[in-house]
Design a binder for this molecule. Structure first.
Ligand code: FMN
Length: 185
């Protein structure tokens, strides 16, 4: 819908990750870019997940996720976990992974990983923000360069989802006007 808006939001730098999720004997993984560190003490990461993803139900039930950091060359991995759903196929088949201390899958060929226990979740627009405490992690490929989200272009189809304007209702403007007027007086 808006190339200009997509380009603007892509100036916010993010990496590209495969997030492993688990509940009981069920496991899955999906590509994610909207991940950030949000606390030093305790160490915490945020993950923004589309609730329509098959992985979301496993995060909700299993209360854990593992962030597997990808390196520059792993575009086939990005496609495999980002363009197909665990509803259609067993995406983990054929990939080397082990279970982390939370039970979430950790890929042996990742650049690094963070094993996280979910602290809380919050609906945030069309996604769900998941905050996790990092319980374990390591660099598996010292010196390798992490992949960036910008490098993946429009692989996730995000461009079609960006609006052409920052908000779509004049009510936002009216609320903003009354709030700032009230604060000044
Ligand atoms: C480069 C890239 C980045 C993505 N980032 C996210 C993300 O941050 N959050 C999310 O929920 N989905 C993201 N996706 C989409 C999911 O990976 C995709 O919908 C996937 O098929 C979901 O798999 P699942 O249904 O097995 O959980 C991204 C996809 C790509 C290709």
């Amino acid at each position: 819908m808006s190339k200009k808006m997509a380009e603007l939001f892509r100036t916010i730098s993010s990496g590209v990750y495969v997030v492993g999720v688990a509940h009981a004997e069920h496991r899955n993984a999906f590509t994610a870019a909207w991940i950030a560190q949000v606390s030093y003490k305790p160490l915490m990461l945020s993950l923004s997940v589309n609730p329509n993803n098959a992985s979301y139900q496993l995060i909700k039930a299993g209360r854990a996720f593992a962030v597997n950091v990808l390196e520059e060359a792993q575009t086939d991995v990005v496609r495999h976990f980002g363009l197909h759903s665990g509803c259609e196929r067993d995406k983990l088949a054929g990939h080397a992974w082990r279970t982390g201390i939370t039970g979430a899958p950790i890929f042996t060929d990742a650049l690094a990983y963070f094993d996280c226990r979910v602290q809380f979740t919050r609906r945030t627009g069309d996604h769900v923000l998941v905050i996790g405490q990092v319980l374990d992690g390591a660099i598996l490929k010292p010196g390798a360069t992490p992949m960036t989200y910008a490098q993946t272009g429009d692989l996730d189809g995000g461009q079609a989802l960006y609006p052409t304007a920052f908000y779509d209702t004049p009510a936002v403007l009216i609320r903003h006007f009354w709030r700032s007027h009230h604060l000044r007086s």
